[in-house]
Design a protein around this ligand. Structure first.
Ligand code: KIV
Length: 266
């Protein structure tokens, strides 16, 4: 079973690890079989499962339902679960909503933001709840950003992102996710912090990689993001199966053949 200690050891040894989003039991079983290291019950389910055009409508009850579906069949992966939009504005709301997700089977709670999360991160850590802080393109803030745009470009933005990462780690964050940031910045953050960093559209130098499961199976509605690779139709997936796609992703991240330069931003 993958634990935070496993991921910390992977970081120390330079072993790249995998994460895929997952929302139901059968896919979780298949990911277990492919030995995907971590599963993210992402609030991206609002878009790929529920058909919304953002993650904002997702509720804590939705997240608890999907987390429980996965926890019931998982026997290998560390399970990360998202606190959805506006469910962690106050400390007391955040604590009570984290409890719901942990009791549904999450091992780590993922929250989006920067240094403003420090008090919450420390409170949860002291209450036995590890956090993963998601920085960069944080989809819950799409209306603040004015769209899904690369973050951390330019010295000021890059310095702020690095400072935010260091602050939340100092506050007790166990993991970071970096989404859609220049590869050089992701590398600098990964080297600066002692905890494992998972990247999506953040280049090859983060400790782990995450993709939305539907994207890496070629099920994309609209424009295919630059950082996505379709592992289902990849010719190395000789079985042409979903399990084969998961196994190929696992192998490609471990051996460093994914992501490549064309998947990253500068
Ligand atoms: O909800 C999600 O799927 C995520 C990933 C994009 C990292 O947060």
């Amino acid at each position: 079973m993958t634990t935070l200690s496993t991921l910390n050891k992977f970081k120390k040894d330079g072993t790249k690890f995998t994460c895929l989003t997952c929302y139901d039991s059968m896919f979780a079983r298949m990911m277990n079989k492919a030995e995907i290291d971590t599963i993210l019950v992402g609030d991206s389910l609002g878009m790929v499962v529920q058909g919304h055009d953002s993650t904002l409508p997702v509720t804590v009850d939705d997240m608890a339902y999907h987390t429980a579906n996965i926890a019931r069949s998982n026997n290998h992966a560390l399970i990360l679960s998202d606190l959805p939009f506006m469910s962690y504005v106050t400390l007391s709301e955040a604590v009570s909503n984290s409890r719901k997700l942990m009791q549904a089977g999450a091992h780590v709670i993922k929250i989006e933001g920067g240094s403003e999360l420090c008090e919450l991160v420390t409170t949860l850590a002291q209450a036995g709840t590890p956090t993963c802080v998601h920085l960069g393109l944080t989809p819950q803030s799409v209306n603040v950003f004015g769209g899904y745009k690369i973050q951390g470009r330019g010295d000021e933005a890059a310095d702020k992102l690095l400072a935010d990462a260091e602050a939340v780690v100092a506050a007790g964050a166990a993991l970071l996710v970096l989404e859609c940031v220049p590869a050089e910045l992701a590398k600098a953050v990964t080297q600066a912090v002692a905890v494992p960093v998972i990247g999506i559209g953040a280049g090859a130098d983060t400790d782990g990689q995450v993709l939305v499961m539907h994207d890496m199976l070629g099920m994309v509605h609209g424009r295919v993001p630059r950082f996505v690779h379709d592992f289902l139709t990849d010719e190395r997936n000789s079985a042409h199966s979903i399990e084969g796609a998961f196994a190929l992703y696992q192998q490609s991240v471990r051996d460093g053949s994914f992501p490549q330069e064309q998947h990253q931003f500068s």
